[in-house]
Design a protein around this ligand. Structure first.
Ligand code: FAD
Length: 511
């Protein structure tokens, strides 16, 4: 009997494992835009538009290759509203119960598929370099799961940036050369903007649907210029490698008010929905490095993100199990303040990061980690709410990658599975790495009293409230001795000003 082949909105790859070995003359591809998926969090409108447009383009591509695609649009009157419901409907239509699917990227959907009264064949998602078995083999028996050691194994296995069994350039990691403050004024004149793509007819139709149904979600739908096909995503990748990769390393941690992108690649949406494959991305970077077009420090910094961090967080998500997104090791309970949804704030850095997120559905790693993430952690925001925010507002947000980054790396809510110490900093880090502070109502250099930056107050508040947990951490001992050496009065003042700030924050006041 015929088989149904499920292709989800983030699985838009012709060599998807579910499609392998199938027979276009007999089997049928099922794709469905359903309200369960567009509505499990209030997604940024650009994210919904990207996924729906890319799905429609991909369905056309499959049809062009001779596939019979049963495609359900969000506004089809027959729409069952969920992936499971759509599969049941198509199974009945076709008189079959045999479904082939590639494992979804979140527990929620895996469980929903497993519960269906259908004969389900769930195949591994081999768009990743490390299978579950491969990751588990690395993780098994280790006391701590640090990304760096996993990354070195991935380098050896893939051969990227290797000279024999040694890392090219004699080092595994060039962070020491990277992580520079933002380029001085004028340098950005030489940096070219990411590519932008004009919506075609298919995208225009989707944009109208999204404006109509999701116009009230947080985030600007227009302008919409993201790549929605594989061919476009390839062009964007090539453009990045030719114009911005060379300086990726030095400026990967820098933040500029007028330049949301700096030297970042902006490929995560295309990668995560299947328009690009991580191997082809790394192959292209390797080729540029071999041709002498980019320095090792930038090539290495970039490849580490893709074959290291991206694979590692996925491994952690699946290894830690379905309860992971609900962890709250630090027992943080404060509600997410409205400034995350665009309410006014006097803190220039938070205002900039949130405004950019609203306009673009994009912020780069350090903005997510050291501005919005750092603030939420210091202020003790409930990690489940922080998780829901990140899952909603970024175009590239899918749970397998978002949850470990948010709960683990950024909020320490997994108790240290991912991060060996919490990613917290006072104002100093943001002042050094960005140009946000010059236009701020607070002062980064004021530690306490009139005009003190809230990051300076909350930093010590966080460290003292979690002292029992962190003072034994060998990487944090020095921080606690600095605190202990401070004058008593100053310490009391910092803590009481922090308390005062937190109660104004929770009271809904503009901070
Ligand atoms: P670049 O800086 O140019 O990096 C290149 C690529 O490396 C990225 O496209 C991405 O695929 C990969 N990469 C880099 N860092 C990471 C990382 N920490 N984890 C996984 N892959 C990485 N990334 C997502 O794809 N989806 C998310 O929902 C997401 N949520 C995040 C939430 C928080 C709190 C934090 C701190 C980080 C999150 N990240 C997430 C990781 C990272 O911020 C984004 O991958 C990156 O900003 C995407 O932009 P880019 O393509 O310009 O990246």
């Amino acid at each position: 009997s015929p088989r149904l082949i499920l292709v989800l909105g983030d699985q838009l790859t012709p060599d998807l494992s579910a499609l392998r070995g199938a027979d276009p003359s007999r089997d049928r591809v099922v794709m469905a835009e359903v309200s369960d998926e567009t509505g499990y969090v209030p997604h940024h409108p650009k994210k919904i538009a990207l996924v729906l447009s890319a799905m429609r383009h991909f369905a056309e591509e499959l049809r062009g290759q001779g596939w019979d695609v049963a495609y359900t649009r969000l506004d089809d009157p027959e729409n069952a509203g969920s992936i499971g419901g759509e599969l049941l409907r198509r199974a009945e239509e076709m008189g079959t119960s045999h479904v082939i699917a590639t494992e979804p990227g979140e527990w929620r959907l895996i469980e929903a598929l497993r519960e269906l009264p259908l004969d389900l064949e769930l195949r591994e998602d081999d768009r990743f370099l490390a299978s579950h078995a491969r990751f588990d083999a690395w993780a098994e028996g280790r006391k701590s799961l640090r990304m760096e050691y996993f990354y070195r194994e991935m380098r050896r296995e893939t051969g990227y940036l290797m000279e024999g069994d040694q890392p090219a350039g004699g080092q595994w990691n060039f962070d020491g050369d990277n992580r520079q403050p933002p380029p001085r004024e004028g340098a950005d004149l030489f940096r070219s903007d990411p590519m932008s793509f004009t919506p075609d007819e298919i995208t225009e139709e989707v944009l109208a649907l999204v404006a109509d149904r999701f116009g009230d979600n947080f985030g600007d739908l227009h302008p919409f210029d993201l790549p929605v096909t594989r061919a476009q995503a390839r062009r964007a990748l090539t453009h990045f490698i030719q114009t911005r990769l060379a300086d990726f390393g030095p400026y990967q941690d820098a933040m500029l008010l007028d330049d949301p992108y700096l030297n970042h690649a902006l490929i995560s949406p295309a990668l995560n929905i299947g328009l690009l494959d991580p191997r082809e991305v790394c192959d292209a970077v390797q080729t540029a490095w071999e041709a002498g077009e980019v320095p090792i420090s930038s090539a290495e910094g970039f490849i580490r993100q893709v074959i290291g961090w991206r694979e590692y967080v996925r491994g952690i998500y699946f290894r830690e199990g379905p309860g992971y997104p609900r962890r709250n090791a630090l027992n943080h309970q404060r509600a997410l303040p409205p400034l995350y949804w665009g309410a006014q704030t006097k803190m220039a850095c938070l205002g900039a990061a949130v405004d950019q997120t609203k306009r673009l559905g994009y912020a780069h790693h350090i903005q997510r980690l050291m501005v919005t993430g750092n603030f939420a952690l210091l202020a003790g925001i409930d990690p489940a709410e922080v998780h829901e925010w990140y899952l909603s507002v970024y175009v590239d947000a899918f749970e397998w990658v978002e949850a470990p980054n948010t709960l683990g790396m950024s909020q320490f809510a997994d108790g240290g599975v991912i991060a060996s110490k919490p990613y917290v900093s006072s104002a100093n880090y943001i002042a050094k790495m960005s140009d946000y502070c010059s236009g701020c109502a607070y002062s980064a250099t004021v530690k306490q009293g009139e005009g003190a930056c809230p990051f300076n107050l909350l930093y010590w508040h966080f460290l003292t409230r979690h002292r029992a947990r962190f003072e034994g951490n060998h990487r944090m001992g020095r921080i606690y001795s600095t605190w202990d050496r401070m004058d008593d009065k100053k310490r009391e003042a910092i803590l009481s000003e922090a308390e005062d700030f937190l109660s104004r924050l929770s009271g809904g006041e503009e901070v």
